[in-house]
Design a binder for this molecule. Structure first.
Ligand code: ADE
Length: 256
């Protein structure tokens, strides 16, 4: 078994401790399916005060991360990284990360994730050392570390053996471009609300059809663009039509 090797380059390695300790990711680390190492640009500062940032040329607020400490930390990470591991910079200006990209990255032997802080990193670092810039969404957080964890979590779940039941990774939201169907567990009745009877019927084909219908319907309601991007089979179209029919009636009922 080859471990997936992730290197994290950032100023706050302590942020990772709790994150890589718990849940499926923690287990992947303990089982050595996922190997995470840290490289701190601060250890590669070139002055006695360990400076890693400086004021932006041209003025303006905040500080910019200097090229050289970042470059040296990435070079150190590359020595330990497997061949073919790309250098990925987390930045709000990056390509929007999604499930498809998580799958692409999971097929590689590993990756080097670089987390910026302050106003960002010197552009010459991105231009000379970075293979791919990724954003986790159109909002700004205080540093790239959380974004790196998000990316690594989504990737690690797709590494063979990380999820106890491999079907979980296939059935989840976004994997085939659809949102996940709703889930229910005991008790069967919660106040006024009963779990859908079909889920208790023992009829596996009916359960599968119901789940598919709900997944299509939810995607249609909540991510209409995602359905426009794909060709639906005749069966899926039928299920979606049935969902829309039922839920229109429901809307009318609630209006009256
Ligand atoms: N750093 C700050 N905000 C970010 C975002 N949305 N995605 C990736 N890195 C970030």
């Amino acid at each position: 078994m080859h471990a997936y090797r992730a290197a994290l380059v950032g100023l706050f390695p302590e942020m990772a401790e709790a994150f890589f300790d718990v849940g499926v990711i923690g287990r992947a680390v303990r089982e050595e399916r996922l190997l995470v190492t840290h490289f701190n640009p601060r250890d590669h500062a070139t002055d006695s005060r360990s400076t890693v940032d400086d004021r932006p040329f041209g003025g303006g607020p905040g500080m910019v991360m200097m090229v050289e400490p970042l470059r040296r930390a990435v070079r150190e990470a590359q020595i330990a990284a497997p061949e073919g591991a790309p250098v990925v910079l987390l930045t709000p200006q990056g390509k929007r990360f999604d499930q498809g990209l998580a799958g692409d990255l999971a097929r590689l032997p590993g990756l080097i994730l670089v987390a910026g802080r302050y106003e960002g990193v010197d552009e010459r670092f991105s231009a000379s050392e970075v293979d791919l810039e990724l954003s986790i969404g159109d909002y700004v957080i205080s540093g790239g570390e959380l974004a790196a964890f998000v990316v690594l979590d989504a990737v690690a779940r797709l590494i063979p053996g990380v999820l106890g039941n491999p079907d979980s990774a296939i059935a989840e939201s976004h994997v085939d471009g659809l949102l996940d169907h709703p889930h229910y567990t005991r008790p069967e009745i919660d106040g006024e609300n009963r779990a859908p009877a079909v889920l208790l019927s023992g009829d596996h084909a009916a359960v599968a059809a119901w789940r598919r219908r709900e997944a299509l319907g939810r995607t249609w309601e909540r991510r209409p663009g995602a359905l426009l991007d794909r060709e639906l089979s005749a069966v899926d179209r039928g299920l979606l039509r049935s969902y829309i029919g039922d839920n229109r009636e429901h809307d009318i009922e609630t209006l009256q």
